[in-house]
Write a protein that binds this ligand. Structure first.
Ligand code: PEP
Ligand code: MG
Length: 325
């Protein structure tokens, strides 16, 4: 079996009816780069930069961050790398940056909220990303956007970062694509406005599912409530996919749910064509995508969107998967 999956590395993911699907990697540590390349990832859809921040004893300076991001983009040899700015808080802490005690950290001071309140750290990271983007197709992604002002503020800081680098005479990429993570239900609903401000969406279903269903993604007690095939999740994704299409906004889904074939079939049916996942899943999912028909997936998606509960939805998806094989 290993040989069979190895062969898939060079084969593109294409449905039986010739719809191209992109499978990119989620990475955190430098060691993930090799794993991504070995498994045939088409670039990086999500680089979680909090990991290199966590593995140190103080905030890395601009030069250190630049060297790190440069290494990542060079290792991917021309394939796109989406770098997400710091996403701490919630369940992720830094050893040298003690967040305040909060009763409800996932609803609290996390992610881009922390960055916007620490402008110096935020701008330094953005400057390092702009500098690294000289060496290849880097895209800059802001996590956990929950309102319009936030994306405006992020863009302002990008502007200031560019001005600063220009002043210092440091080379940087002027035309870096900017993206918003859509992982808070409010962002789904205002996505038509966000689409006018950014070049791409990154759909973070790990958080979107937790926030839509009021079910902590890390709490075993509510595991059965954390359900990616809940109709509310699928309807939200359908809405976002439509908005992205109307506004011609590039969209990549980077949550774990894409690693479940039943979910992946639903997502392809809803019109998503780019996924970013943990790289070891890529060969198997490629094989799965190569076995399905996207027109039938689209028809099936329309049908499951009318169903009231996920059990019936999953049953229909599994039945379809059986028919494909
Ligand atoms: C997500 O929320 O879906 C996501 C990809 O980001 P993270 O898992 O890092 O929160
Ligand atoms: Mg998230």
């Amino acid at each position: 079996e290993k040989e069979r999956l190895d062969k898939l590395r060079e084969v593109p993911a294409t449905t039986r009816d010739n719809q191209r699907v992109m499978l990119r990697a989620n990475i955190g540590l430098i060691s993930d780069i090799n794993i991504a390349r070995k498994n045939g990832a088409e670039g990086v859809g999500l680089y979680r930069t909090e990991f290199p921040y966590m593995a140190r004893s103080s905030f890395p300076d601009r030069e250190d961050q630049y060297q790190l991001y440069k290494r990542v983009i060079e290792d991917f040899k021309g394939e796109p790398v989406t770098i997400r700015t710091l996403d701490i808080g919630g369940d992720k802490a830094l050893p040298y940056f003690t967040p305040p005690q909060e009763d409800n950290p996932f609803m609290g001071w996390r992610s881009v909220r922390v960055s916007l309140d620490n402008r110096e750290i935020f701008q330094t990271q953005i400057e390092a990303i702009l500098m690294a983007a000289v060496h290849g197709p880097i895209r800059l992604l802001f996590p956990m956007i929950s309102n319009f002002e936030e994306i405006r503020s992020c863009k302002e800081i990008v502007h200031e970062a560019k001005q600063n680098l220009k002043r210092l005479g440091i080379p940087y990429e002027e035309n870096i694509p900017l993206g918003a993570m859509i992982e808070v239900p409010a962002a789904v609903r205002i996505s038509p406005h966000l689409a006018k401000e950014v070049d791409f969406f990154s759909l973070g279903t790990n958080d979107l599912v937790q926030y839509l269903l009021a079910a902590d993604r890390g709490n075993n007690l509510v595991e059965r409530y954390y359900d990616p095939l809940h109709p509310a999740v699928l309807l939200s994704i359908e809405y976002l996919a439509q908005v992205a299409k109307q506004h011609d906004t590039d969209i990549c889904l980077c949550g774990e749910m894409a690693t479940d074939p039943a979910c992946l079939l639903a997502l392809i049916g809803l019109g998503i064509r780019q996924f970013s996942i943990s790289a070891p899943y890529i060969p198997r999912l490629k094989e799965f995508i190569n076995s399905i028909d996207s027109t039938e997936a689209t028809k099936l998606a329309a049908e499951i969107l009318t169903l009231p509960e996920s059990k019936a939805i999953r049953a229909r998806l599994l039945e379809k998967i059986d028919n494909f094989s």
